[in-house]
Design a protein around this ligand. Structure first.
Ligand SMILES: Cc1ncc(COP(=O)(O)O)c(C=O)c1O
Length: 380
């Protein structure tokens, strides 16, 4: 018999404890969890997804892959996700191989790995506004200083703005988003090239929406053989119609991949994620089949919005900014009341709408006509 005496049972914690009572990291006090509203409405055009689900043969293959992964779920998955990375390299082309690719749960996690590895205390990351709203959060979570510089008035970027921004802020890492979220503006590869020729900073080109552009092959990936400090990030969440699968990736020199491998959690990509993503990649033509339609939908929508006297930021992505409304929240609310969810983001007075199915686009147009007519009646 042991002479062990259990410690007195601690008092049951007060179930009403609030965040303010907890020893939260000081820099997180007052912060809110990020996220676009997830509302159950008929027409969701707020997070730039591909609205088309996979075809039934793809669904069946995914189910088979999950079933096979389940038969070995007692074992850890391949920590390096080699097969998936080889498939991603093959999909991207540009002579890339698996050791040029890193993958994680969405490009959100890829970016977090990059900032954990190359940012951190005393390091600064620079982006250009209006910018994707998650960037400051990746920076905050990795204790990296986040600084911004404005894009040009038409939301484009040139090498001078980027290089001057690096000089003024002393940035160690620079983020160039093309097409940019929320504006849809592209930055040509030659601009990225000129930046790389004139900086020591790590240059991350976020190409989350690349497949929607006029010339998707015109990618910063072409510069990878020449520049070891270049990282191109991509995601399967947008054109690839795989947002629920959570798979983002990067292409870079193998040394950059090694840096990400230092900071990742072991086994961060589940066996199921790897297996289902590989099925999606094996069916790439089918998964990407609607990309051309979505591109056309958003181009037509831009023309239509302009024809109604609205201001539109020219976009090459699967979304666009439109406005300007003296009270954009009221327009957002009016659309929501008619079952259409868009995003309240971007410069003052603008809303962002994603490309949907033809029926969804029609519902959006009808709802907007009604909302604007109502507001006119109210003298707004
Ligand atoms: C510019 C940009 N980068 C990255 C992401 C992250 O996508 P995910 O984490 O789904 O791969 C998004 C998502 O909206 C985005 O707009």
């Amino acid at each position: 018999m042991s002479d062990y005496t259990p410690a007195p049972t601690p008092a049951i914690p007060d179930a009403t404890i609030s965040l303010a009572d907890l020893p939260l990291r000081p820099d997180l006090v007052g912060e809110e969890p990020y996220g676009a509203p997830q509302l159950d409405v008929p027409v969701r055009l707020n997070v730039n997804e591909n609205p088309w689900p996979p075809t039934s043969d793809v669904i069946q293959d995914m189910a088979r892959a999950v079933s096979h992964a389940a038969s070995q779920v007692n074992r850890y998955p391949d920590r390096e996700a080699w097969d998936l990375r080889a498939d991603l390299a093959h999909y991207l082309g540009f002579g890339l191989t698996a050791d040029n690719i890193w993958a994680a749960n969405g490009s959100n996690e890829v970016m977090t790995h990059l900032l954990a590895a190359f940012g951190g205390p005393g390091r600064t990351v620079l982006s250009f506004t209006p910018a994707y709203s998650m960037y400051p959060e990746y920076a905050r979570n990795t204790l990296t200083d986040y600084v911004t510089r404005p894009r040009r008035e038409d939301y484009t970027l040139d090498a001078e703005i980027v290089l001057r921004g690096i000089e003024l802020t002393g940035a160690d890492i620079v983020l160039i988003t093309t097409p940019n979220n929320p504006t849809g503006t592209t930055t040509p590869v030659h601009v990225v090239e000129e930046v790389l020729e004139n900086t020591e900073a790590l240059v991350i080109v976020d190409e989350a929406y690349q497949e929607f552009t006029e010339v998707p092959e015109d990618s910063a990936c072409a510069l990878l053989p020449r520049f070891g400090r270049l990282v191109v990030t991509r995601t399967m969440s947008k054109a690839f119609a795989f947002a629920g699968g959570r798979l983002g990736y990067l292409a870079a020199a193998p040394a950059i991949v090694d840096a990400c491998r230092i900071v990742r959690l072991p086994y961060h990509l589940s066996a199921q994620t790897q297996a289902v993503a590989r099925v999606a990649l094996a069916h790439a033509p089918s998964m990407l089949e609607r990309v051309g339609d979505l591109h056309d939908q958003i181009q037509e929508l831009q023309d239509w919005l302009r024809s109604r006297g609205l201001e539109v930021v020219p976009s090459e992505a699967n979304f666009c900014l439109f406005g300007r409304f003296p009270d954009r929240h009221a327009v957002w609310q009016g659309l929501l009341e008619r079952g259409v969810l868009v995003r309240e983001t971007g410069p003052e007075g603008f809303l962002r709408v994603s490309a949907g199915t033809p029926q969804e686009m029609q519902a959006f147009r009808q709802a907007l006509i009604e909302v604007l007519a109502d507001r006119k009646d109210e003298g707004q």
